[in-house]
Design a protein. Sequence first.
Length: 318
Amino acid sequence: MSAERPEGTAGWPPPALDPAGPFAGPLHTLAWVLFAMAGAVLLLVLVALGVALFGPRRWRKRLGGEKLIWFGGLAFPIVVLSALLIYGLGLTSHLKADGAPGEMRVRVTGEMWWWRVAYLDAEGREAVQDANEVHIPVGQPVVFELESADVIHSFWVPRLGGKVDMIPGRRNLVRLQADAPGVFGGQCAEYCGGPHALMGLVVVAHEPADFEAWRARQARPAAMAAVPHPGAAVFDRAGCGACHTVAGTNFNGLAGPDLSHVGARRTLGAGILPNNQGTIAGWISDSQAIKPGNRMPAYPVLTGQELRDVSAWLESLK
């Protein structure tokens, strides 16, 4: 399976040195300072190596002297690394998320191998559910509550902020903000077994009015959820409701992603496929051939017509 991502999902791999928000900018600056310092140290070492191999005898003798060994091997690293540490801590000190009152909060839970997303209300209750895709308003800081349901994962959207681990039994916070509308790619950045490399996500930044309209739509069941449809019957017979929730129906499973508005998502399978009726049908038929090791079983027993029906119904949930 190629590591390429579908068109419209911010490209792959996510650009790590192209900040698009105030919480990614300092990390970008710090990265270039570290690159420059590493280059300078490398150049100094190469010059010393050249002198040691080809320089005059007098220079080579000085290079092997005790004073230079103490300076180059102990004093210089202590001074340089301490200065970089102090500079880096000062540059990034304001990036710590403490969850200020009134800030928008999104809870993202890493699971093998997808992302459970919940938008929280003012009381911290989960108001809207989604998966593998996060929507935020432009120009506003958003606090992400990061958790893990199984093993250690790591949440990383390079253009918006730094990498933060998701550790079982612990909740870590990170604040992100986008300065302009766009789609920003992300990835699990901690090896978590199986199809770890295929555990992507996207963050979609909207103008504030567009975001509020999107959130209002997400808070309501999809219009087609309660309309009789042969695909809903296939979904029921296959037992899909045991793992998936579809708001406005009797399907209320919690093990897998919430499918209440699955047709409106940009991707399928945590960022590895474009989301349309054909890819939905292929995923249901044999997701293991697409993303080996994921926790959804294949359904080879479904006929071609049943796959068309259920995929058409799922695509209509917008």
